[in-house]
Design a protein around this ligand. Structure first.
Ligand code: GLC
Length: 736
């Protein structure tokens, strides 16, 4: 349809029809099967609401969606099709590593490919819009949704935000196998006080602009069709009704012209925030903030018609909002083809196909971070090995937002290991449950874990200890339950379940050669594990092909290359901990404890256990001193920064060379370091390669005291290394 035809259509629609275009309901109103991802309440929706809704959430399956769409269009007064939306976060049926694991690849272009495949599987299953990418910057491992993010660094998050939007949408969402992307959660949702989900967010305007907003802007600049409001307040005003955030920042400054959707019931939740006195006021605040689609609260359908008739809300505002929704349907080509790519045959061909599984395995391998290795990895076939832990024979390797993925699609670590090891020198024991009897995950629809009797618990433990005692090496597969991270899963204690720590301690008592494979949706407090294990491999929630990928790494077939996108704290007391912090007026220098009046703890170090950008390899890379093409620069000029990188070891490997910049003195204090670029290079043993970066004035810009994004003359230090602690540096002066 042309723009004029859309305008004419809106003119021809009744007010009821227009307002109900702004309603999104769960698809169960149109079919029995749907995925519920928020608090259900008794439905306040009328038959008219349902019959004229603009979009549905939670449906999947070509046949089902085609039937729903066909029935819906027949009765819709202008035969306007539904938009079908779903959370396709890290894969559809072929499940990829959680986004935090994707961040660890430092390979945004890989995530672009993953999003492309996810879009393809979702599109042939009838999905039009995905509620992804989630691009919230995260610094607090207590918050369970860090698993959905790509980490603590604005630059890295911008790279992934752009790549994922491009992967989902391509150049034109009307094209086959493309879905519209939705950048979320706008804004600052990743900084809840106390790491407690949905809690108050206290960020200065400077901080939210400098650290949190860039990744949303990157996704919007990449063409994201939709943005989702966040549950939290900003400066005491809920994002969903926050005009500064939604009008000034999102629409005016970022120039976003797409659809703004509320998060689940977030319009109604402005009442519980204490911002609106009732549903009518909530309707006014959300409409005036420009929220186009009301996800599941029903408030727009209930009040907007009267508000327009009472001339409290201008009908022109409703027309603008409805225009954006119809424009999105038009961009998807739904007026010409309301079924878009839904195709039962293609579903059978594409979903979980070999290529998609291979891509999932590649992504999982690249997402793993080798945190420690005292020479015990890669494994040796001839070694008598025991695999022990609740993740040895476990198919639940999919992240919390992978409800479309099915455990039966997943190979277990035991199945993968059996294919590699000699049968006669390897044993496999569960050892204990994932959660144990003292952790109850309340309120989840899916069953988390069978209760294990004390007798059985003891029997499993003894069996594991005996297996460990008789083996030369133990591979322990431990970690969080998949549902211990994700939405509404904040934890004050960020260690693995106690029952697993007990198993780990007992095994370490009888065997000193322990390798830990750590499954988690977040950085954990792994001091004990790191101290006692000879090797630790962080595998996040690795997805459908995760176990095969783990064996690729344990066997040495693939040399691990992942780097931490989020610091691993020394302990939860250190949280939030992040590399790009400010110096303070009394910076602490490690080892100078006698220097009392310094910004430090009495009982723990300042440094995280493992820092941002850190990750080991089976080989060793050396990095030469930083070379700069000159030591002064004018704003219009550039500086080349380079190092020589050499593979000093005996195996092929990939290193991520990272470039950080420090602005030594500025009108607003600057972080100790800021990631400004990175390059992955792969080298054979003994091979060297020069890695060059170009530094421009744009790399030096920040939000100055004048509130402008600009650079300021002065001294800059350039660091180039293999993680954020590198001191390998050189400096230059930026002149006016
Ligand atoms: C949830 C999440 C959001 C998700 C939405 C729809 O509450 O906050 O990320 O996209 O509801 O499932």
């Amino acid at each position: 349809m042309t723009k004029q035809e859309l305008v004419d259509l809106i003119q021809d629609m009744s007010l009821e029809e227009k307002v109900n275009q702004m309603l999104q309901v769960v698809s169960s109103f149109y079919s029995e099967e749907t995925v519920i991802t928020g608090p259900m309440k008794e439905s306040g929706f009328t038959k008219e609401n349902i019959a004229m809704a603009g979009s549905a959430i939670g449906a999947l399956g070509a046949e089902k969606i085609k039937k729903m769409q066909s029935d819906f269009i027949k009765q819709q007064p202008h035969h306007i099709p539904l938009l079908f939306m779903l959370d396709v976060i890290n894969g559809f049926r072929t499940v990829f590593p959680i986004p935090l694991g994707q961040g660890a690849t430092f390979e945004p272009e890989l995530s672009c490919r993953l999003a492309e495949v996810a879009a393809k599987e979702a599109a042939v299953s009838g999905v039009h819009v995905t509620f992804a990418p989630m691009v919230d910057l995260v610094r607090d491992a207590r918050w369970g949704r860090v698993m959905e993010a790509t980490g603590e660094d604005p630059y890295l998050n911008c790279c992934f935000s752009k790549a994922m939007v491009k992967g989902f949408q391509g150049e034109d969402i009307k094209e086959p196998y493309r879905v519209a992307a939705c950048v979320k959660h706008f804004a600052g949702y990743g900084a809840p006080t106390g790491g407690r989900d949905y809690n108050t967010v206290e960020l200065s305007e400077h901080t939210i602009r400098e650290f949190y907003l860039p990744s949303y802007k990157a996704g919007i600049d990449a063409g994201a069709a939709m943005v989702m409001t966040s549950f939290n307040t900003i400066d005491g005003i809920p994002a969903t009704g926050n005009k500064w955030l939604m009008k000034k920042i999102l629409r005016e400054e970022m120039g976003f012209e797409g659809v703004l959707i509320s998060d689940w019931a977030a319009i109604e939740e402005m009442i519980y925030h204490g911002y609106c006195s009732d549903r009518k006021e909530a309707a006014i605040e959300a409409a005036e903030a420009g929220v186009d689609i009301d996800m599941m609260s029903g408030i727009y359908s209930e009040h907007l018609i009267h508000l327009v008739r009472e001339q409290i809300i201008d009908e022109k505002l409703v027309d603008e909002m409805v225009y954006r929704i119809l424009e999105l349907k038009n961009k998807l080509g739904l007026f010409e083809n309301p079924y878009k790519d839904a195709d039962e045959q293609k579903e059978k061909e594409l979903i979980l196909c070999k290529e998609h599984r291979e891509l999932a395995r590649e992504a999982a391998r690249k997402s793993f971070v080798l945190l420690k290795n005292d020479g015990v990895l890669p494994l040796k076939k001839e070694q008598k090995t025991a695999y022990i832990g609740p993740y040895v024979d476990n198919r639940n390797l999919l992240g919390a937002w992978s409800f479309i993925g099915q455990p039966e699609d997943v190979t277990t670590l035991k199945e993968a290991a059996i294919k590699w090891h000699e049968a006669n020198n390897t044993v496999y024991c569960q050892g204990c449950a994932v959660l144990g009897n003292d952790i109850k995950l309340e309120g989840f629809t899916e069953q988390t874990e069978e209760e294990i009797s004390k007798e059985l618990e003891q029997k499993m433990l003894q069996e594991a200890i005996q297996a460990a005692a008789k083996s030369e090496l133990v591979v322990m597969a431990l970690g969080e339950h998949r549902l211990q991270s994700g939405e509404a899963t904040s934890n004050a204690n960020i260690q693995i379940p106690k029952v697993q720590m007990e198993l780990f301690e007992k095994v370490c008592e009888v065997n000193e050669n322990v390798v830990v494979i750590l499954f988690s949706g977040r950085p954990l407090d792994i001091r004990e594990i790191s101290h006692k294990a000879k090797a630790v491999l962080e595998v996040w929630m690795p997805g459908t092909e995760g176990a095969n990928a783990i064996m690729d790494v344990l066997s040495g077939e693939y040399n691990p290359s992942g780097k931490l996108p989020m610091s691993f704290p020394y302990c939860v007391g250190q949280v939030p901990v992040y590399y790009n912090e400010y110096s303070t007026g009394r910076p602490y220098v490690e080892g100078k404890n006698k220097d009392r009046f310094r910004s430090k703890y009495l009982d723990i170090p300042n440094n995280p256990l493992y820092p941002f950008g850190y990750g080991l390899s089976y080989t060793r890379f050396s990095v030469s001193l930083v070379k700069l093409s000159k030591d002064t620069m004018k704003p219009k000029e550039k500086i080349e920064a380079s190092v020589m990188v050499k593979n000093e070891g005996a195996v092929f490997g990939t290193e991520t060379v990272q470039l950080y910049i420090k602005d030594v003195a500025a009108s607003v204090v600057r972080p100790l370091k800021e990631l400004k670029n990175f390059k992955k290079i792969s080298l054979n043993p003994g091979q060297s390669e020069e890695v060059c970066f170009t530094i421009t004035e744009e790399d030096l810009q920040f939000l100055t005291q004048k509130g402008k994004w600009e650079s300021e003359a002065g001294k800059f230090v350039v660091y180039i290394g293999t993680d954020s602690t590198t001191e390998n540096s050189s400096s230059f002066i930026l002149n006016d």
